[in-house]
Design a protein. Structure first.
Length: 216
């Protein structure tokens, strides 16, 4: 039964319906976007930008992030069954899903993300990956920034009223007609380093700069 359900959820018939439902749902949100202009100007002037958020908060950004599809941006999504669903939604939104994570296919996905980011200049990344732990920055984001000379732009979401799932990340779903803030942090530059200690300091610094995941 579970296998059959997964096939239905990832079918070519169901995915467009789910995509339209998600967009319609997001239209009910009273979205306020903050601090977008600086990194957009940097991108338009030839800079490379890497948008980074926690797994908990990506749903609220789906509709607004479709505005960036003209850049053909990439995003790394796991090879899990859940990832299959999310990757198809991302593709319909104009984003290029690169399949892989730290637990499976990560090396190949990292290589493809680097190639795509060098070409298109814009990509997105889920900092704590598909399985967490929540609020812990995985090392891949720093490696990608080093390899592409990209600035990292933290992305955070807050909602006036929301539901929180009983999942590892306490997934955030704003309630219909809620006031929601989508905030972009300042651009961060992480210079290339050779030793693991310096690399770890950069990873921890990004972890400290990112607004922590929201709590129920």
């Amino acid at each position: 039964m579970r296998i059959k359900l997964n096939r239905i959820l990832t079918s070519e018939i169901f995915i467009p319906f789910l995509y339209r439902f998600a967009r319609a749902y997001c239209r009910t949100l009273r979205l306020r976007v903050e601090n977008e202009k600086a990194w957009m100007d940097y991108l338009k002037n030839g800079g490379t930008v890497f948008l980074c958020a926690w797994h908990q908060q990506f749903f609220s950004a789906i509709r607004h992030f479709q505005n960036y599809n003209v850049y053909n941006p990439s995003i790394m999504i796991s090879q899990s069954r859940d990832g299959e669903l999310i990757s198809k939604i991302a593709k319909l939104s104009g984003w290029n899903p690169v399949r892989g994570s730290s637990s499976r296919g990560g090396k190949e996905a990292l290589r493809d993300m680097i190639a795509n980011l060098k070409k298109t200049k814009l990509a997105g990344h889920i900092l704590d990956g598909p399985r967490g732990p929540s609020g812990i920055v995985k090392a891949g984001v720093i490696r990608l920034a080093h390899a592409t000379d990209a600035v990292i732009v933290p992305v955070s979401v807050s909602a006036e009223n929301a539901w929180y799932f009983n999942s590892w990340d306490k997934f955030l779903l704003p309630k219909p007609f809620s006031n929601v803030s989508l905030r972009f942090g300042n651009m961060l530059i992480f210079d290339k380093v050779k030793d693991e200690e310096s690399f770890e300091k950069q990873r921890k610094l990004l972890e400290e700069i990112m607004p922590p995941p929201l709590q129920p």
